[in-house]
Design a protein around this ligand. Structure first.
Ligand code: PMP
Length: 364
């Protein structure tokens, strides 16, 4: 509606309007319970029905098989950077990391406290604009897992396909924080998928972990109880007080994604939005520029710069006047970044590209 902006923030990010309105309508009195979701016991029948439906809907969306557990946790994806090695390997085990951006790098650095991680490929020298050819990777023969960041939020680099770990006993682990539920994914290719909710599926405060059940139960003895997947799996994410309201919001988003026809339909919309934005950048004769190699450009986070970089602040300021906000690039890379997650309507991207064209014309 007219009192809302188009919010291109990288996360927390825009949420679907109908989800916000539904939450508003249920805020004061959820389903006739006489209380809001924030006031409910997490062990009462009302909240149990909420978390169970959220899990069932997520399983339907991603086609998650029964031999995978779905956990609703706290601490953000950053906590998972430690939980992954703590749960999946011993302190002396080798684990492989492909580093395609800042988040993969952070995951690798945290893993060094609890395992022996090896960066088998880094895009740092090319300023994180690419993804390696999988057959060129020199994987460690004994690695316990291979870790990737499926979509680098800051650099706008996204895996379109996934590498197989070389060691037949190793598993693929993916940080999907910024492209979670943006397209169909074959969950069975992964041992663990994890994601913070605050980009595509809800508010911050909820972290979702999807893990093959036979990987659970091997945590290192020093693992804090809150990071032990076994504890959370045995207790259906209710070992301690979970982020109840956040889980409820995620549930509303999952319901909405199913109502849209599921992730096949959602991906179609995301591809269309990304295409009109990248096309505008590429057709600008170098006025706008996206540094990322075309075949791995993210459908979710679109970084771009102006050839005349001194005009970037003006671009961001003028866009904000037209209710398009949070277009500033990450402080580590500069320029602009448009995050166009599931909940960004096509109209928002259309407005942005019209603005970009006008901005260029006004200066040429
Ligand atoms: N991984 C990726 C890909 C991210 O985009 C982010 C947050 N922007 C994180 C990890 C860290 O997530 P959190 O802030 O939830 O810990």
């Amino acid at each position: 509606s007219s009192d809302r902006v188009f919010n291109f923030a990288a996360g927390p990010a825009t949420l679907p309007e109908n989800v916000l309105l539904k939450a508003q309508s249920e805020l004061y009195n959820w389903d006739g319970s006489g209380m809001s979701v924030m006031e409910m016991s997490h062990r009462g029948k009302e909240f149990m029905s909420i978390i169970q439906k959220a899990e069932a809907d997520l399983r339907a969306l991603l086609n998650i098989p029964e031999d995978y557990a779905v956990l609703f946790l706290q601490g953000g994806a950053t906590t998972q950077f430690a939980a992954i090695p703590l749960n999946l390997c011993k302190p002396d085990d080798t684990v492989d990391y492909i580093v395609t951006g800042s988040w993969g790098d952070k995951a690798y650095k945290e893993a060094a406290k609890y395992s022996k991680p090896k960066v088998i490929w880094s895009g740092k020298a090319e300023k994180y604009t690419n993804i390696p050819a999988f057959d060129s990777l020199e994987q460690s023969p004994d690695a316990k897992y291979l870790h990737i960041c499926a979509n680098e939020t800051i650099h706008g680099v996204e895996f379109k396909d996934y590498p197989n770990p070389k060691n037949p006993n190793a598993i693929l682990v993916a940080d999907m924080s910024s492209n979670f539920c943006s397209k169909p994914v074959d969950v069975t290719k992964f041992g663990v998928i994890y994601a913070g909710a605050q980009k595509n599926v809800g508010p911050s405060g909820v972290t979702i972990v999807i893990i093959k059940k036979d990987l659970i139960g091997n945590a290192q003895p020093i693992t804090p109880v809150m990071l032990d997947y076994k504890i959370h799996a045995e207790n259906n994410s209710l070992y301690n007080t979970p982020p109840c309201f956040g889980i409820y919001m995620c549930g509303l988003v999952f319901d909405d994604l199913l109502a849209q026809g599921g992730l096949v339909e959602v991906e179609k919309k995301n591809k269309k939005k990304a295409q009109i934005l990248y096309d505008t950048i590429d057709a600008s004769n170098g006025f706008f520029r996206c540094p990322v190699e075309k075949s791995v450009r993210s459908l979710m986070n679109v970084p771009f710069t102006l050839a005349k970089s001194e005009l970037e602040a003006e671009f961001i300021k003028e866009a904000a006047k037209e209710k398009m906000v949070q277009l500033k690039g990450h402080r580590s890379v500069g320029g602009m970044r448009a995050s166009i997650y599931n909940a960004m309507p096509l109209a928002g991207v259309e407005k942005l590209v019209a603005f970009m064209k006008d901005f260029q014309v006004s200066l040429e």
